[in-house]
Design a protein. Structure first.
Length: 743
């Protein structure tokens, strides 16, 4: 049942009152639960959060000592206070809706900061039916040891408007004590209540009692009780929504007749307790998904967060983002409890070579990306040894866990010394190469260092004709200005600017010119600081750093041959240990690369995060994105700028350059549903982007438990000696898998 349909069934007057009040934010200081005044036994109320507001049901007695109840919605009235009005309702079987407001009883105020009763109570002031009172109330149940998440709260019958149940639970080992209050009506349609308690739980049956008491201003007298009847209920969570059913056989407090209901459907009016609704393991994109009452970090404007929001996803797209009181949740939606949690856009790795290592590690890298919140990757060349474009279809179908993959095909010049099949030396060959890349399903053309100006120019022309944007290295055969004026839309490493415009020197004076060129031509810059850090740390045969980097978090989920053969071979190669090299030799250059990234970001150049994983030592698919975010923090980027480089900016580059019908990278209506469910605000600390509670990619949701199980399976697999032996012969190291951008 949708949120709207359920609330409509409560009754017109009550619905209007609740929806009006839900638009008012409240503080977190108030605590929901059952409250009573020990000096006035028999009167009490149930206070529960509903979205951003609070609903109170006050059970009391009229001037004749007969039970009656009132209901209201309270709003914030100070730092720790709530106030609002209470209404009395009546009920008529033949009326639609059956419940209507009988009278406005008066006003109430709760102040959780104004302690009373020696500090054990809370101030409760009321003005009702011309009378006033100032009571000191306390919790009916023991709150010294908070119980585990349970079904406590206000419940209503959506198919029989106007009545409901208050349920509360207290764990008293070995049993759970349950308190039930039935808010119903007598044969005259007047509101009455009955109360019972005993051992209970999600499925229980309790005997209720009707009470005769004393009016709110009368001297207390002993309560008279009589058996009222019995309620049985069964409660559960389905698709993120607390639901239940109840059987009721209760005698009226006054007059003849009974309040009988047979297997009545129940929904929870109040917000369920935090922790009651587990984060789902997997939700397929054919089901709508609603993340309810969360804090959204939209990333469409600096440092903005929006509280008490509901985000609705259908068919892989965000279809609604708005206040929890106004967003309609589709009937079939799986609800995810967003309270106390944050929703932001998914992360990107805009420079990876995750085909490194062979077909098996390639698909397993998909799990590493998603487990780290990386929902989109740009693979910058795969050596042609695997069907890289085909991985996107596999991940998109959910056959394997993985992100959206944009495949780039690398093209090399003769002096790059790469495979002849990927070497392009003439404009005609560039046309044929681009057409072949498009036929194979590639989306981008990646340029390498030694391509000649005429070949680069042809690639850019063909890329425009075929809808395949050109990015990659700044060819060393031409100037940076020539490359950008020719139409190259993205630079794949900050090091490229150092090697071209800056002439291999830390020339700070030329940084403004470089920034102006990129801004003038709307060029995006990928930093790949993680790769630069690894290169500098391991340069010159720094064995101590190799041991540190090759044991970084995440290596346990990859074949041991990554470190033992792949990274070891690279570490011992002439690339990292040329004649005369020494450890620490590139530390100053790395520091300047960091300075460049900070300068360009401050100048407004759109920065996009890329790691060049996993060919560089310790630069692991998925995990390296958080290493790159760490480096952003080290160079002083504010969290918003860093998160934007990992989400909004790459989303804009990819969707705009490819002309995609559905953009992504922010949390807005119309965007592709690539989202993270987080435990804390990433704009406070980027570390909160690690280990998200849930990851949504193209509308498919993976919960943390499911992702951890997938990681654990990889860990166990690569601990197994038989697996290690089998993988030794399967490891595929291709030189084209590592961007040689450091020289």
């Amino acid at each position: 049942m949708s949120d709207t349909r359920g609330k409509k069934a409560i009754g017109g007057a009550l619905l209007a009152m609740i929806l009006l009040a839900l638009t008012s934010p409240t503080r977190a200081n108030p605590v929901g639960g059952l409250y009573f005044d020990p000096d006035r036994a028999g009167h009490g109320f149930d206070l529960r959060p509903v979205g951003a507001s609070w609903v109170i049901v006050f059970y009391t007695y009229d001037t004749d000592g007969q039970p009656e109840w009132m209901l209201g919605v309270l709003a914030s009235d100070g730092d720790a206070a709530l106030s609002g009005s209470l209404d009395v309702f009546d009920y008529q079987e033949g009326r639609e809706p059956r419940q209507a407001t009988l009278r406005r009883a008066g006003d109430v105020r709760l102040d959780f900061a104004a302690s009373c009763g020696g500090g054990a109570g809370i101030a409760f002031d009321w003005t009702l039916d011309g009378d006033t009172g100032a009571w000191c109330v306390q919790s009916l149940l023991d709150q010294a040891v908070p119980p585990p998440a349970d079904f406590s709260g206000l419940w209503f019958a959506p198919d029989d408007a106007g009545w409901g149940l208050s349920l509360a639970f207290e764990v008293r080992e070995p049993d759970t004590t349950e308190v039930q209050i039935l808010f119903y009506y007598d044969d005259a349609g007047l509101p009455r209540w009955a109360l019972g308690s005993g051992s209970g739980g999600a499925e229980s049956s309790l005997v209720l009692n009707n009470f005769r008491g004393y009016c709110r201003t009368c001297e207390p007298v002993p309560l008279a009780s009589a058996d009222a009847g019995e309620i049985s209920h069964a409660l559960a969570v389905r698709d993120g929504l607390p639901i239940g059913s109840a059987r009721i056989d209760v005698a009226y407090a006054l007059g003849a007749g009974r309040w009988d209901r047979e297997t009545e459907r129940l929904l929870q009016l109040s917000s369920p307790q935090a922790g009651l609704i587990p984060v789902p393991a997997v939700v397929e994109p054919d089901r709508p998904i609603a993340i309810v009452d969360t804090t959204v970090v939209p990333m469409n404007e600096p440092d903005v967060v929006r509280t008490h929001q509901t985000v609705v996803v259908e068919a892989g797209a965000i279809v609604a983002v708005g206040d929890v009181a106004t967003v309609v949740v589709p009937d079939r939606a799986v609800r995810i409890d967003g309270r106390g949690r944050f929703v932001g856009p998914g992360l990107h790795d805009m420079h990876t070579h995750f085909t490194f290592g062979g077909v098996t590690p390639m698909f397993e890298a998909g799990t590493l990306f998603i487990a780290n919140g990386v929902t989109t990757v740009l693979n910058m060349g795969d050596g042609g040894t695997q069907n890289l474009p085909g991985t996107d279809a596999v991940f998109g179908a959910g056959t394997r866990i993985g992100p959206t993959v944009y495949a780039g095909k690398a093209a090399y010049g003769a002096a790059d010394g790469r495979a002849a099949s990927a070497t392009v030396t003439s404009p005609a060959a560039a046309t044929a190469y681009a057409e072949q890349a498009q036929a194979e399903g590639y989306r981008f053309l990646k340029l390498y260092n030694a391509l000649t100006p005429t070949v680069v120019s042809r690639f850019i022309d063909e890329g425009e004709r075929l809808g395949m944007p050109v990015n990659g290295h700044l060819p060393k055969t031409m100037s940076m200005r020539q490359a950008l004026e020719g139409g190259q839309g993205m630079i794949a490493h900050v090091a490229e600017i150092y090697f071209t415009l800056l002439g291999n020197q830390p020339n700070e004076a030329l940084l403004p010119e470089a920034a102006a060129l990129m801004l003038e031509h709307d060029v995006y810059l990928t930093d790949t600081l993680t790769a630069s850090e690894s290169f500098a740390a391991n340069y010159g045969g720094n064995e101590a750093n190799f041991e540190i980097f090759s044991r970084r978090e995440g290596i346990q989920y990859q074949p041991t041959t990554f470190a033992e053969r792949g990274w070891r071979n690279f570490f011992e190669s002439s690339t990292l240990q040329p004649p005369g090299s020494r450890p620490g030799q590139l530390d100053a250059r790395l520091a300047f690369f960091k300075q460049m990234v900070r300068f360009f970001s401050d100048a407004g150049v759109p920065l996009i995060l890329g790691t060049d994983s996993p060919g560089h030592v310790g630069v692991i698919s998925g995990f390296s994105v958080h290493e790159n975010l760490r480096l952003y923090d080290e160079i002083g980027l504010q969290p918003f700028a860093a998160y934007a480089a990992a989400s909004r900016n790459p989303g804009r580059y990819l969707s705009d350059s490819l002309g995609e019908a559905m953009p992504w990278g922010t949390v807005e209506v119309g965007m592709r549903a690539d989202l993270l469910l987080l435990e804390a605000n990433p704009l406070d600390d980027l570390v909160h982007l690690k280990r998200p509670l849930g990851v949504m990619t193209r509308g498919r949701f993976y919960g943390r438990t499911h992702l951890d199980e997938a990681l654990q399976a990889l860990d166990l697999k690569y601990r197994d000696p038989f697996t290690r032996k089998a993988m030794e012969g399967a490891f595929d190291w291709g030189r084209e898998e590592v961007c040689d951008h450091q020289h």
